[in-house]
Design a protein around this ligand. Structure first.
Ligand code: TMP
Ligand code: ASP
Length: 236
């Protein structure tokens, strides 16, 4: 597979064309941002860890019947994925109160919900990724009714599979953000990444944070947390 011109550079990844119009190469960077790019930094080795971890988790999800963009890991930082049009909808699932949920609703972090919650935000950096509901998404033509229904079903399935998987590693999946894309044939697939950048992981015994909140909140031990998640998941 030949790597061609760069198509896009985001905050944490670059995307390159290939000689196959239906496939692109994603390259993971060590760059980290928070608060819509206001806070910037580097997490040494993050690109390698997020690439490997995301691919590992997407393969688990594929086995459980969740369609994803994953095709083949090419190197430590690069992966071949299906070319998709990303739906401009960030889908957030929560099992436990934390982050913006705790802040918005004035509750402590760590309250375990009876049922997971789902919320959407409009993927638009200029607007600061504002929260919206399904009706807003339809009004803005971000997705169709059927696509939203499918995305919701897939997101809850992702949660069930990953929650159980992480439980065995003594990791509590607190919440996460995922994105979906549409392939050339019109199939909706899980895209973007699943990593400590996009999930909250708490050690189930100690409650220690093992994700990007260590960077967002200046808790220190950022690299160590990413490495620890990698070790628990892939033994390396
Ligand atoms: P929040 O509590 O800040 O809304 O975050 C919910 C989840 O979404 C958390 O696991 C972190 C993840 N997330 C992203 O992946 N990207 C973002 O830009 C934000 C704000 C959160
Ligand atoms: N990636 C996000 C940004 O830079 C923030 C986050 O993950 O907290 O806005």
């Amino acid at each position: 597979m030949e790597k061609k011109e760069q198509l896009y550079e985001g905050k944490a990844k670059k995307v390159y064309a290939t000689d196959d119009q239906n496939l692109v190469i994603v390259s993971y960077k060590d760059d980290a941002t928070a608060f819509n790019g206001l806070k910037k930094g580097t997490i040494e080795g993050k690109g390698v860890i997020n690439n490997k971890m995301s691919n590992f988790l997407m393969q688990i999800l594929e086995k459980e019947g969740v369609k994803t963009h994953f095709v083949e890991e090419l190197s430590e930082r690069e992966t071949l994925v299906k070319k998709v049009k990303i739906l401009p909808l960030e889908v957030i699932i929560r099992n436990i109160s934390a982050g913006s949920f705790a802040k918005h609703y004035g509750v402590q972090e760590g309250v375990v919900f009876d049922e997971p919650t789902i919320e959407f935000s409009y993927k638009n950096d200029d607007l600061g990724d504002p929260l919206l509901n399904e009706y807003h998404a339809l009004a803005l033509k971000l997705a169709t009714k059927d696509e939203i229904a499918l995305v919701k079903q897939m997101a809850f399935k992702v949660n069930e599979v990953l929650k159980e998987y992480f439980k065995k590693l003594n990791v509590t999946l607190v919440d996460f953000k995922i994105e979906f894309g549409k392939t050339a044939e019109g199939t909706i697939v899980l895209a973007d990444e699943i990593s400590p950048d996009t999930c909250r992981f708490w050690d189930s015994t100690t409650g220690e944070k093992l994700d990007k909140d260590r960077f967002r909140r200046d808790l220190g031990g950022v690299e160590g947390a990413y490495q620890e998640m990698m070790r628990r998941l892939m033994g390396a």
